[in-house]
Ligand binder design. Structure first.
Ligand SMILES: [Zn+2]
Length: 292
């Protein structure tokens, strides 16, 4: 029979070994599961670069033939009740082509670092992400939706209908780029949607760029309130002048969404983070850093 002292020392040793193995596993284990995550967190990824050979497509009649480089951002929101990707950028496969790929003779697209590798860097497996919000179905936002087959897709009903309807090309959509989404569990939205029910992560219906375009509002306790733009606007100068790109689905809706957003930002003391704005994003922390 072991004495009480021996039992106690065995217990201490066992706890010590458990603690050691916990320390060791921390280095390789995924980041803490969302259920134990204490606060809201926002990770920002670089999900591609887009060199625009003629910037006047974004600002009709102005600076014809001039080049401008845009970035392509995507995000991971970690909430105590779950995780959500917001947009997925250009396809990771582009990383194999350092020279990039030219689209419509106007856009040269590159992927300096894959989204998959950036998620791995912060310890999140794509299959573990609960929800997938995409601002819209253009190829620079749905490029990696195939990484998230188990996530619930959150999309406005008009966007879903346009993407899976008979004329996706009419809206600038390429069905091969998001074919995998047919198998995702989908929640179609009809307006704004409070993702986790506490007002901290809210999808905002901001149509015009595409039939069901949406933006994402976040209430971060330390950083403050942020609206992730989707393609409501593409860079600061266009935002300030409320210019509408020539390829937008509906000009009047686009202008109304920008005006509504301006009021919303004021009412909620929120910052507008423009997802494609290279200059603005150079001042924003990217993974592995995060915002709280
Ligand atoms: Zn875009």
């Amino acid at each position: 029979m072991p004495t009480p002292v021996k039992l106690f020392s065995r217990l201490v040793i066992s706890i010590f070994i458990l603690a050691l193995s916990a320390c060791a596993s921390d280095k390789t284990a995924p980041a803490p599961k969302s259920a134990t995550q204490p606060a809201l967190r926002l990770y920002v990824f670089n999900c591609g670069e887009i060199e625009v050979l003629d910037i006047s497509v974004f600002q009709p009649g102005i600076d014809k033939g001039k080049h401008k480089t845009l970035t392509d951002s995507c995000y991971l929101v970690v909430h105590p009740k779950g995780t959500m990707m917001w947009d997925t950028g250009l396809p990771d496969a582009l990383a194999q082509k350092p020279e990039g790929m030219t689209f419509m003779n106007t856009f040269v697209m590159r992927m300096p670092k894959t989204l998959a590798s950036q998620l791995k860097e912060i310890g999140y497996a794509p299959e573990s992400i609960d929800k997938l919000g995409v601002s819209h179905f253009h190829g620079d936002h749905v490029g990696n939706v195939g990484l998230f087959p188990k996530s619930q897709l959150l999309v406005q009903k008009e966007e879903y209908a346009a993407a899976f309807g008979t004329e996706p090309g009419k809206y600038g959509f390429d069905p091969t780029s998001y074919a995998s989404l047919k198998s995702n569990h989908v929640k179609t939205l009809d307006g704004d949607y409070d993702v986790f029910g506490d007002g901290a992560v809210v999808i905002k219906r901001m149509v015009g760029h595409t039939p069901g375009h949406q933006a994402l509002f976040l209430k971060l306790p330390k950083t403050g309130n942020i609206l992730l733009s989707g393609d409501l606007t593409h860079y600061t100068d266009n935002w300030e002048h409320k210019r509408v790109p020539s390829f937008n689905f509906n000009k009047e809706q686009s202008i109304k969404s920008m005006e509504d957003t301006e009021k919303f930002l004021k009412d909620n003391h929120a910052m507008l983070w423009i997802q494609h704005d290279l200059e603005q994003n150079s001042g924003i922390k990217h993974v592995p850093a995060y915002y709280e």
